[in-house]
Design a protein around this ligand. Structure first.
Ligand SMILES: O=P(O)(O)OC[C@H]1O[C@](O)(CO)[C@@H](O)[C@@H]1O
Ligand SMILES: [Fe+2]
Length: 189
């Protein structure tokens, strides 16, 4: 038997950095069409801020193995809508995932293919179970970076398509100084 070598890494709990991980940067320009307020999007695009960074330790796409990644989701808004990750179903749709809040505040929007949505607030120490078949997107509702760890099957993959096209049935906005999870006016099944 050809065994893989076990290892440990230390996540920097202040910055979310995982030493030796692959770093992925997503700027606002990588997220055209994702936010509701197109005028506010074009305006903020002049600065093209980083929306989030991912530090991933990934294995070969094989059944039984696990990947893990931290995400640093920066604070900000496009119009009323808080910064979020793109969000996805898993390419192998029946694969589940675990998230754990490390720093900052926010939450996760989850959704079934039929459009049933759920919002789960997250803070440091919150563990979120993403069941098979649920799309998932994290949202920073605070004013500091929202940092969390995700652990997911190595063969889960990402299916961004339908979320990119249609978004989630709910959006997370700031209104009258409050965080509100409201119906997405552009949502259609
Ligand atoms: O892949 P998205 O939707 O851009 O969100 C990034 C986060 O989700 C993951 O893809 C895991 O679900 C991680 O790599 C990262 O934590
Ligand atoms: Fe995922």
């Amino acid at each position: 038997m050809d065994y893989k070598t076990p290892f440990g890494v230390k996540i920097d709990l202040e910055t979310g950095v995982i030493p030796g991980a692959n770093k992925l940067v997503r700027r606002l320009s990588d997220m055209r069409g994702y936010f509701l307020d197109e005028k506010a999007y074009e305006e903020l695009l002049k600065e093209d801020p980083i929306v989030y960074e991912v530090y991933a330790i990934e294995q070969e796409e094989k059944e039984g193995d696990l990947n893990f990644a931290t995400t640093v989701l920066y604070p900000g808004k496009v119009g009323k809508e808080f910064f979020f990750t793109k969000g996805h179903y898993h390419a192998k749709a029946d694969r589940a995932e675990i998230y754990c809040g490390i720093k900052g505040r926010g939450g996760m929007l989850l959704q079934t293919p039929e459009g049933e949505a759920k919002w789960i607030p997250m803070e440091p120490g919150t563990v979120v179970y993403v069941p098979p078949y649920w799309a998932h997107r994290t949202v920073n509702t605070g004013n500091e970076p929202f940092i969390f760890l995700a652990i997911y099957p190595a063969d889960a993959g990402h299916d961004y398509g339908s979320i990119k096209e249609k978004g989630f049935s709910k959006i997370v906005i700031e209104e009258d100084g409050e965080v509100k999870v409201v119906d997405n006016p552009r949502w259609k099944l």
